[in-house]
Design a protein. Structure first.
Length: 462
Protein backbone atom coordinates (compact mmCIF):
# COMPACT_ATOMS: atom_id res chain seq x y z
CA UNK A 1 0.00 0.00 0.00
CA UNK A 2 2.79 2.41 0.93
CA UNK A 3 4.72 1.64 -2.26
CA UNK A 4 1.55 2.11 -4.33
CA UNK A 5 0.96 5.51 -2.68
CA UNK A 6 4.51 6.65 -3.45
CA UNK A 7 4.15 5.56 -7.09
CA UNK A 8 0.89 7.52 -7.38
CA UNK A 9 2.51 10.63 -5.91
CA UNK A 10 5.42 10.38 -8.38
CA UNK A 11 3.17 10.31 -11.43
CA UNK A 12 3.02 13.49 -13.55
CA UNK A 13 0.42 15.98 -12.39
CA UNK A 14 -2.69 16.06 -14.61
CA UNK A 15 -3.02 18.97 -17.05
CA UNK A 16 -5.57 21.61 -16.18
CA UNK A 17 -7.72 23.56 -18.67
CA UNK A 18 -5.72 26.41 -20.19
CA UNK A 19 -6.18 29.86 -18.67
CA UNK A 20 -7.67 32.12 -21.34
CA UNK A 21 -6.89 35.50 -19.76
CA UNK A 22 -3.50 36.68 -21.11
CA UNK A 23 -2.82 39.03 -18.20
CA UNK A 24 -3.42 36.18 -15.76
CA UNK A 25 -1.13 33.91 -17.77
CA UNK A 26 1.60 36.57 -17.71
CA UNK A 27 1.32 36.96 -13.93
CA UNK A 28 1.28 33.22 -13.33
CA UNK A 29 4.29 32.55 -15.56
CA UNK A 30 6.31 35.30 -13.88
CA UNK A 31 5.44 34.04 -10.40
CA UNK A 32 5.98 30.34 -11.01
CA UNK A 33 9.19 30.71 -13.00
CA UNK A 34 10.78 32.66 -10.14
CA UNK A 35 9.43 30.33 -7.46
CA UNK A 36 10.46 27.12 -9.23
CA UNK A 37 13.88 28.47 -10.13
CA UNK A 38 14.92 29.52 -6.62
CA UNK A 39 13.51 26.27 -5.22
CA UNK A 40 15.49 23.97 -7.52
CA UNK A 41 18.58 26.13 -6.97
CA UNK A 42 18.39 25.89 -3.18
CA UNK A 43 17.50 22.21 -3.38
CA UNK A 44 20.56 21.33 -5.43
CA UNK A 45 22.84 23.32 -3.14
CA UNK A 46 21.80 20.99 -0.35
CA UNK A 47 22.16 17.86 -2.48
CA UNK A 48 25.84 18.80 -2.52
CA UNK A 49 25.91 19.02 1.28
CA UNK A 50 25.22 15.29 1.55
CA UNK A 51 27.11 14.18 -1.56
CA UNK A 52 30.52 15.69 -0.91
CA UNK A 53 30.76 15.87 2.88
CA UNK A 54 32.67 12.63 3.53
CA UNK A 55 35.40 13.44 1.00
CA UNK A 56 36.37 16.41 3.17
CA UNK A 57 36.75 14.40 6.38
CA UNK A 58 39.01 11.73 4.89
CA UNK A 59 42.12 12.81 6.87
CA UNK A 60 40.13 12.57 10.14
CA UNK A 61 38.62 9.19 9.19
CA UNK A 62 42.11 7.84 8.46
CA UNK A 63 43.23 8.85 11.97
CA UNK A 64 40.05 7.83 13.81
CA UNK A 65 39.25 4.54 12.08
CA UNK A 66 42.69 3.49 10.83
CA UNK A 67 41.74 3.43 7.14
CA UNK A 68 44.13 4.02 4.24
CA UNK A 69 43.40 6.41 1.40
CA UNK A 70 42.82 3.38 -0.83
CA UNK A 71 40.15 2.17 1.65
CA UNK A 72 38.40 5.52 1.52
CA UNK A 73 38.82 5.51 -2.24
CA UNK A 74 36.51 2.47 -2.24
CA UNK A 75 33.79 4.63 -0.66
CA UNK A 76 34.25 7.28 -3.35
CA UNK A 77 34.13 4.69 -6.12
CA UNK A 78 30.95 3.10 -4.77
CA UNK A 79 29.28 6.49 -4.30
CA UNK A 80 30.07 7.66 -7.82
CA UNK A 81 29.14 4.37 -9.49
CA UNK A 82 25.76 4.16 -7.77
CA UNK A 83 25.17 7.87 -8.35
CA UNK A 84 26.05 7.63 -12.03
CA UNK A 85 23.83 4.65 -12.76
CA UNK A 86 21.06 6.13 -10.64
CA UNK A 87 21.28 9.37 -12.57
CA UNK A 88 20.86 7.39 -15.79
CA UNK A 89 17.86 5.44 -14.49
CA UNK A 90 16.30 8.48 -12.82
CA UNK A 91 16.72 10.42 -16.06
CA UNK A 92 14.43 7.93 -17.77
CA UNK A 93 12.03 7.95 -14.82
CA UNK A 94 12.06 11.73 -14.49
CA UNK A 95 10.78 12.22 -18.04
CA UNK A 96 7.70 10.32 -16.88
CA UNK A 97 7.43 11.62 -13.28
CA UNK A 98 6.45 14.67 -11.25
CA UNK A 99 9.67 16.63 -10.48
CA UNK A 100 8.06 18.15 -7.37
CA UNK A 101 8.13 14.85 -5.46
CA UNK A 102 10.96 13.18 -7.35
CA UNK A 103 13.50 15.78 -6.25
CA UNK A 104 12.10 16.28 -2.74
CA UNK A 105 12.02 12.61 -1.76
CA UNK A 106 15.52 12.10 -3.12
CA UNK A 107 16.91 14.94 -0.97
CA UNK A 108 15.18 13.70 2.18
CA UNK A 109 16.57 10.19 1.75
CA UNK A 110 20.12 11.39 1.09
CA UNK A 111 19.87 13.24 4.40
CA UNK A 112 18.80 10.07 6.20
CA UNK A 113 21.68 8.01 4.79
CA UNK A 114 24.21 10.74 5.61
CA UNK A 115 23.09 10.63 9.25
CA UNK A 116 23.47 6.85 9.39
CA UNK A 117 26.92 7.18 7.74
CA UNK A 118 27.99 9.50 10.56
CA UNK A 119 26.95 6.87 13.12
CA UNK A 120 28.84 4.01 11.44
CA UNK A 121 32.41 2.74 11.83
CA UNK A 122 32.88 -0.45 9.80
CA UNK A 123 34.06 -0.20 6.21
CA UNK A 124 31.19 -2.45 5.09
CA UNK A 125 28.50 -0.24 6.68
CA UNK A 126 30.12 2.95 5.43
CA UNK A 127 30.25 1.49 1.92
CA UNK A 128 26.58 0.48 2.09
CA UNK A 129 25.56 3.98 3.18
CA UNK A 130 27.61 5.51 0.36
CA UNK A 131 25.81 3.22 -2.09
CA UNK A 132 22.36 4.19 -0.79
CA UNK A 133 23.32 7.86 -0.75
CA UNK A 134 24.53 7.60 -4.35
CA UNK A 135 21.26 6.04 -5.49
CA UNK A 136 19.14 8.90 -4.19
CA UNK A 137 21.68 11.58 -5.09
CA UNK A 138 20.76 10.62 -8.65
CA UNK A 139 17.28 12.02 -8.03
CA UNK A 140 18.60 15.59 -7.90
CA UNK A 141 19.51 16.91 -11.34
CA UNK A 142 17.13 15.01 -13.73
CA UNK A 143 14.01 16.75 -12.33
CA UNK A 144 15.87 20.06 -12.60
CA UNK A 145 16.53 19.25 -16.26
CA UNK A 146 12.80 18.75 -16.73
CA UNK A 147 11.95 22.01 -14.97
CA UNK A 148 14.46 24.04 -17.00
CA UNK A 149 13.35 22.41 -20.25
CA UNK A 150 9.64 22.98 -19.69
CA UNK A 151 9.68 26.39 -17.96
CA UNK A 152 12.41 28.10 -20.08
CA UNK A 153 12.59 28.18 -23.88
CA UNK A 154 15.64 27.37 -25.98
CA UNK A 155 16.65 30.96 -26.70
CA UNK A 156 16.96 31.73 -22.99
CA UNK A 157 17.74 28.28 -21.62
CA UNK A 158 21.53 28.50 -21.89
CA UNK A 159 21.64 31.47 -19.53
CA UNK A 160 19.14 30.04 -17.04
CA UNK A 161 20.82 26.62 -17.15
CA UNK A 162 24.21 28.15 -16.41
CA UNK A 163 22.84 30.20 -13.51
CA UNK A 164 21.13 27.15 -12.03
CA UNK A 165 24.30 25.09 -12.48
CA UNK A 166 26.17 27.44 -10.17
CA UNK A 167 24.27 25.70 -7.35
CA UNK A 168 27.00 23.04 -7.74
CA UNK A 169 29.58 25.63 -6.77
CA UNK A 170 27.64 27.21 -3.92
CA UNK A 171 27.05 23.83 -2.31
CA UNK A 172 30.52 22.54 -3.15
CA UNK A 173 32.15 25.73 -1.83
CA UNK A 174 30.23 25.87 1.45
CA UNK A 175 30.43 22.23 2.54
CA UNK A 176 34.26 21.99 2.95
CA UNK A 177 34.25 25.09 5.14
CA UNK A 178 31.36 23.78 7.24
CA UNK A 179 33.07 20.40 7.56
CA UNK A 180 36.42 21.98 8.48
CA UNK A 181 34.89 23.98 11.34
CA UNK A 182 32.82 21.02 12.53
CA UNK A 183 35.99 18.93 12.70
CA UNK A 184 38.04 21.71 14.29
CA UNK A 185 35.59 22.68 17.03
CA UNK A 186 33.92 19.27 17.63
CA UNK A 187 30.68 20.61 19.07
CA UNK A 188 29.39 17.26 20.45
CA UNK A 189 30.57 14.08 22.11
CA UNK A 190 30.86 12.49 18.67
CA UNK A 191 34.12 12.63 16.74
CA UNK A 192 34.27 15.82 14.71
CA UNK A 193 33.94 14.00 11.39
CA UNK A 194 30.74 12.30 12.59
CA UNK A 195 29.14 15.61 13.45
CA UNK A 196 30.27 16.96 10.09
CA UNK A 197 28.34 14.15 8.38
CA UNK A 198 25.19 14.31 10.49
CA UNK A 199 24.61 18.08 10.39
CA UNK A 200 24.15 18.22 6.57
CA UNK A 201 21.84 15.20 6.82
CA UNK A 202 19.39 16.92 9.16
CA UNK A 203 19.39 20.13 7.10
CA UNK A 204 18.67 18.21 3.88
CA UNK A 205 15.62 16.55 5.41
CA UNK A 206 14.26 20.01 6.29
CA UNK A 207 15.02 21.41 2.82
CA UNK A 208 13.36 18.38 1.19
CA UNK A 209 10.12 19.23 3.00
CA UNK A 210 10.54 22.83 1.80
CA UNK A 211 10.78 21.62 -1.81
CA UNK A 212 7.54 19.65 -1.54
CA UNK A 213 5.81 22.91 -0.65
CA UNK A 214 7.50 25.05 -3.32
CA UNK A 215 7.83 22.97 -6.49
CA UNK A 216 5.21 22.10 -9.12
CA UNK A 217 5.12 20.04 -12.32
CA UNK A 218 5.13 21.38 -15.92
CA UNK A 219 3.25 24.60 -16.90
CA UNK A 220 0.27 22.68 -18.30
CA UNK A 221 -0.37 21.23 -14.82
CA UNK A 222 -1.17 24.79 -13.69
CA UNK A 223 -3.34 25.65 -16.69
CA UNK A 224 -0.54 27.52 -18.51
CA UNK A 225 0.37 27.12 -22.19
CA UNK A 226 3.72 25.46 -23.07
CA UNK A 227 6.65 27.87 -22.83
CA UNK A 228 7.31 27.68 -26.59
CA UNK A 229 3.79 28.81 -27.41
CA UNK A 230 3.80 31.43 -24.67
CA UNK A 231 7.03 33.04 -25.92
CA UNK A 232 6.16 32.55 -29.61
CA UNK A 233 9.51 31.05 -30.59
CA UNK A 234 8.80 29.62 -34.03
CA UNK A 235 11.37 26.84 -34.23
CA UNK A 236 10.45 25.52 -30.81
CA UNK A 237 6.71 25.94 -31.45
CA UNK A 238 7.07 23.80 -34.57
CA UNK A 239 8.99 21.20 -32.55
CA UNK A 240 6.39 21.27 -29.77
CA UNK A 241 3.53 20.82 -32.24
CA UNK A 242 5.25 17.77 -33.70
CA UNK A 243 5.73 16.25 -30.24
CA UNK A 244 2.09 16.84 -29.32
CA UNK A 245 1.02 14.84 -32.38
CA UNK A 246 3.01 11.85 -31.17
CA UNK A 247 1.68 9.29 -28.71
CA UNK A 248 3.22 9.26 -25.23
CA UNK A 249 6.69 7.78 -25.55
CA UNK A 250 7.55 4.67 -23.57
CA UNK A 251 10.76 4.39 -21.55
CA UNK A 252 12.11 2.05 -24.24
CA UNK A 253 11.40 4.59 -26.99
CA UNK A 254 12.96 7.40 -24.99
CA UNK A 255 16.12 5.44 -24.35
CA UNK A 256 16.70 3.52 -27.57
CA UNK A 257 15.06 5.66 -30.27
CA UNK A 258 15.92 9.13 -28.97
CA UNK A 259 19.16 8.66 -27.00
CA UNK A 260 21.16 5.50 -27.74
CA UNK A 261 20.59 5.98 -31.47
CA UNK A 262 22.11 9.47 -31.32
CA UNK A 263 25.85 9.60 -32.09
CA UNK A 264 26.21 13.16 -30.81
CA UNK A 265 24.88 12.17 -27.39
CA UNK A 266 27.50 9.41 -27.31
CA UNK A 267 30.27 11.94 -28.06
CA UNK A 268 29.02 14.13 -25.22
CA UNK A 269 28.98 11.12 -22.90
CA UNK A 270 32.57 10.15 -23.67
CA UNK A 271 33.85 13.69 -23.19
CA UNK A 272 31.89 13.92 -19.92
CA UNK A 273 33.78 10.87 -18.64
CA UNK A 274 37.16 12.62 -18.87
CA UNK A 275 35.89 16.00 -17.64
CA UNK A 276 34.55 14.31 -14.53
CA UNK A 277 37.79 12.46 -13.91
CA UNK A 278 39.44 15.87 -13.64
CA UNK A 279 36.66 17.62 -11.77
CA UNK A 280 36.16 14.88 -9.15
CA UNK A 281 39.86 14.22 -8.65
CA UNK A 282 40.55 17.91 -7.96
CA UNK A 283 37.54 18.13 -5.64
CA UNK A 284 38.27 14.96 -3.65
CA UNK A 285 42.06 14.78 -3.47
CA UNK A 286 43.27 18.39 -3.28
CA UNK A 287 42.80 18.67 0.49
CA UNK A 288 44.91 15.56 1.27
CA UNK A 289 47.51 16.80 -1.25
CA UNK A 290 47.78 20.22 0.40
CA UNK A 291 47.79 18.77 3.93
CA UNK A 292 50.75 16.57 2.97
CA UNK A 293 52.46 19.67 1.53
CA UNK A 294 52.19 21.28 4.97
CA UNK A 295 49.08 23.42 4.58
CA UNK A 296 46.82 24.10 7.58
CA UNK A 297 43.58 22.02 7.53
CA UNK A 298 41.29 25.07 7.20
CA UNK A 299 43.52 26.75 4.58
CA UNK A 300 43.55 23.52 2.57
CA UNK A 301 39.74 23.30 2.77
CA UNK A 302 39.45 26.92 1.60
CA UNK A 303 41.18 25.91 -1.66
CA UNK A 304 38.04 23.97 -2.59
CA UNK A 305 36.00 27.11 -2.01
CA UNK A 306 38.20 28.92 -4.57
CA UNK A 307 37.80 25.99 -6.96
CA UNK A 308 34.03 26.42 -6.66
CA UNK A 309 34.23 30.22 -6.99
CA UNK A 310 36.15 29.82 -10.24
CA UNK A 311 33.59 27.24 -11.35
CA UNK A 312 30.74 29.60 -10.47
CA UNK A 313 32.17 32.24 -12.80
CA UNK A 314 33.06 29.63 -15.42
CA UNK A 315 29.50 28.33 -15.63
CA UNK A 316 28.01 31.81 -15.99
CA UNK A 317 30.53 32.77 -18.66
CA UNK A 318 30.09 29.46 -20.50
CA UNK A 319 26.31 29.75 -20.79
CA UNK A 320 26.39 33.43 -21.76
CA UNK A 321 29.23 33.08 -24.29
CA UNK A 322 27.73 30.02 -25.96
CA UNK A 323 24.47 31.96 -26.43
CA UNK A 324 25.91 35.37 -27.36
CA UNK A 325 29.15 34.70 -29.23
CA UNK A 326 28.64 31.21 -30.65
CA UNK A 327 24.89 31.45 -31.47
CA UNK A 328 23.95 28.53 -29.23
CA UNK A 329 26.89 26.34 -30.28
CA UNK A 330 28.33 24.78 -27.12
CA UNK A 331 31.48 23.00 -28.35
CA UNK A 332 33.82 25.94 -29.20
CA UNK A 333 33.85 27.19 -25.61
CA UNK A 334 34.39 23.62 -24.34
CA UNK A 335 37.51 23.31 -26.51
CA UNK A 336 39.01 26.49 -25.06
CA UNK A 337 38.31 25.22 -21.55
CA UNK A 338 39.98 21.85 -22.24
CA UNK A 339 43.22 23.65 -23.14
CA UNK A 340 42.95 25.79 -20.01
CA UNK A 341 42.42 22.68 -17.86
CA UNK A 342 45.62 21.07 -19.12
CA UNK A 343 47.77 24.18 -18.51
CA UNK A 344 46.48 25.00 -15.01
CA UNK A 345 46.65 21.38 -13.81
CA UNK A 346 50.26 21.12 -14.95
CA UNK A 347 51.08 24.25 -12.95
CA UNK A 348 49.25 23.02 -9.84
CA UNK A 349 51.23 19.77 -9.83
CA UNK A 350 54.38 21.86 -9.28
CA UNK A 351 52.95 23.77 -6.31
CA UNK A 352 55.73 24.54 -3.76
CA UNK A 353 55.43 22.88 -0.31
CA UNK A 354 53.98 24.83 2.61
CA UNK A 355 51.64 27.84 2.55
CA UNK A 356 54.35 30.47 3.11
CA UNK A 357 54.38 32.73 0.07
CA UNK A 358 52.37 30.22 -1.97
CA UNK A 359 48.82 30.43 -0.64
CA UNK A 360 47.70 33.15 -3.05
CA UNK A 361 49.25 31.27 -5.97
CA UNK A 362 47.49 28.09 -4.81
CA UNK A 363 44.08 29.77 -4.56
CA UNK A 364 44.51 31.53 -7.91
CA UNK A 365 45.33 28.27 -9.64
CA UNK A 366 42.37 26.52 -7.98
CA UNK A 367 40.03 29.28 -9.17
CA UNK A 368 41.39 28.98 -12.72
CA UNK A 369 41.05 25.19 -12.68
CA UNK A 370 37.45 25.58 -11.49
CA UNK A 371 36.71 28.07 -14.28
CA UNK A 372 37.99 25.72 -16.99
CA UNK A 373 36.43 22.56 -15.51
CA UNK A 374 32.91 23.73 -14.69
CA UNK A 375 32.36 25.49 -18.02
CA UNK A 376 32.40 22.27 -20.10
CA UNK A 377 30.75 20.33 -17.28
CA UNK A 378 27.68 22.54 -17.56
CA UNK A 379 27.70 22.79 -21.36
CA UNK A 380 27.99 19.05 -21.99
CA UNK A 381 24.84 18.31 -20.00
CA UNK A 382 23.00 21.15 -21.72
CA UNK A 383 24.16 20.11 -25.20
CA UNK A 384 23.08 16.50 -24.61
CA UNK A 385 19.55 17.61 -23.68
CA UNK A 386 19.42 19.84 -26.78
CA UNK A 387 20.47 17.07 -29.17
CA UNK A 388 17.09 15.37 -28.51
CA UNK A 389 13.51 16.59 -28.29
CA UNK A 390 12.02 17.74 -24.99
CA UNK A 391 10.38 14.44 -24.13
CA UNK A 392 13.79 12.77 -23.95
CA UNK A 393 15.76 15.65 -22.39
CA UNK A 394 16.05 14.05 -18.93
CA UNK A 395 16.92 10.67 -20.43
CA UNK A 396 19.73 12.15 -22.55
CA UNK A 397 21.06 14.17 -19.64
CA UNK A 398 20.91 11.13 -17.37
CA UNK A 399 22.72 8.98 -19.92
CA UNK A 400 25.69 11.31 -20.32
CA UNK A 401 25.73 11.90 -16.55
CA UNK A 402 26.04 8.16 -16.02
CA UNK A 403 29.25 8.20 -18.04
CA UNK A 404 30.41 11.25 -16.09
CA UNK A 405 30.15 9.40 -12.81
CA UNK A 406 31.84 6.31 -14.17
CA UNK A 407 34.71 8.74 -14.68
CA UNK A 408 34.21 10.06 -11.16
CA UNK A 409 34.32 6.50 -9.81
CA UNK A 410 37.73 6.04 -11.43
CA UNK A 411 39.06 8.78 -9.14
CA UNK A 412 38.31 6.73 -6.04
CA UNK A 413 40.15 3.47 -5.45
CA UNK A 414 42.25 3.54 -8.69
CA UNK A 415 43.54 7.06 -8.05
CA UNK A 416 43.99 6.25 -4.36
CA UNK A 417 46.45 3.53 -5.35
CA UNK A 418 48.31 5.92 -7.68
CA UNK A 419 48.46 8.61 -4.98
CA UNK A 420 49.86 6.15 -2.42
CA UNK A 421 52.81 5.81 -4.84
CA UNK A 422 53.21 9.30 -6.34
CA UNK A 423 51.32 12.61 -6.45
CA UNK A 424 53.29 13.54 -9.57
CA UNK A 425 51.79 10.66 -11.56
CA UNK A 426 48.34 11.71 -10.37
CA UNK A 427 48.66 15.22 -11.83
CA UNK A 428 50.11 13.99 -15.11
CA UNK A 429 47.09 11.72 -15.48
CA UNK A 430 44.74 14.71 -15.08
CA UNK A 431 46.65 16.65 -17.76
CA UNK A 432 46.29 13.72 -20.16
CA UNK A 433 42.53 13.54 -19.46
CA UNK A 434 42.22 17.22 -20.37
CA UNK A 435 44.01 16.66 -23.69
CA UNK A 436 41.79 13.66 -24.49
CA UNK A 437 38.70 15.79 -23.83
CA UNK A 438 39.93 18.32 -26.39
CA UNK A 439 40.54 15.63 -29.00
CA UNK A 440 37.11 14.04 -28.53
CA UNK A 441 35.25 17.33 -28.96
CA UNK A 442 37.40 18.74 -31.76
CA UNK A 443 35.50 17.05 -34.68
CA UNK A 444 32.22 18.61 -33.49
CA UNK A 445 33.65 22.10 -33.89
CA UNK A 446 33.36 21.66 -37.67
CA UNK A 447 29.61 20.89 -37.58
CA UNK A 448 27.17 23.52 -38.78
CA UNK A 449 24.91 25.57 -36.50
CA UNK A 450 21.82 23.46 -37.10
CA UNK A 451 23.59 20.29 -36.01
CA UNK A 452 25.25 21.98 -33.09
CA UNK A 453 22.15 23.52 -31.57
CA UNK A 454 19.90 20.57 -32.18
CA UNK A 455 17.14 22.61 -33.92
CA UNK A 456 15.65 19.70 -35.81
CA UNK A 457 12.87 17.15 -35.26
CA UNK A 458 15.15 14.31 -34.14
CA UNK A 459 18.45 12.79 -35.22
CA UNK A 460 16.79 9.47 -35.85
CA UNK A 461 14.96 11.13 -38.75
CA UNK A 462 18.02 12.93 -40.12
Amino acid sequence: MAISSVINIMRPAPHKPLISNKAEVDRAYKYWRIRIFYSIYVGYVFFYFTRKSFTFVMPEMVKDLGFTYADLGILSTVLYLTYGFSKFASGVLSDRSNPRYFMSIGLILTGVFNIVFGMSSSLLMLTLMCAMNGIFQGWGWPPITKQLTYWYSKKERGTWWSICSTSHNVGGGLIPIIVAYAVAYNFTDFSGWRYAMMLPGFTCIAVGLFLINRLRDVPESLGLPPIELYRGERDETRQYTKECNETELTAKQLLFDRVLNNKFVWIMALSYFFVYVVRTAVNDWTIPFLVELGYDRVLASASIMWFEIGGFVGMLVAGWCSDMFFQGRRVPFMLMCAVGMAITLYCFGDLPPGPDGGIKYCYTLMACIGFFVFGPQMLIGLAASEYVDKKAACTANGFVSCWAYVGAAATGYPLGLIIDVSWNSYYWLLVVCSIITFLILLPLSFKNDQQETGVHPSWSEA
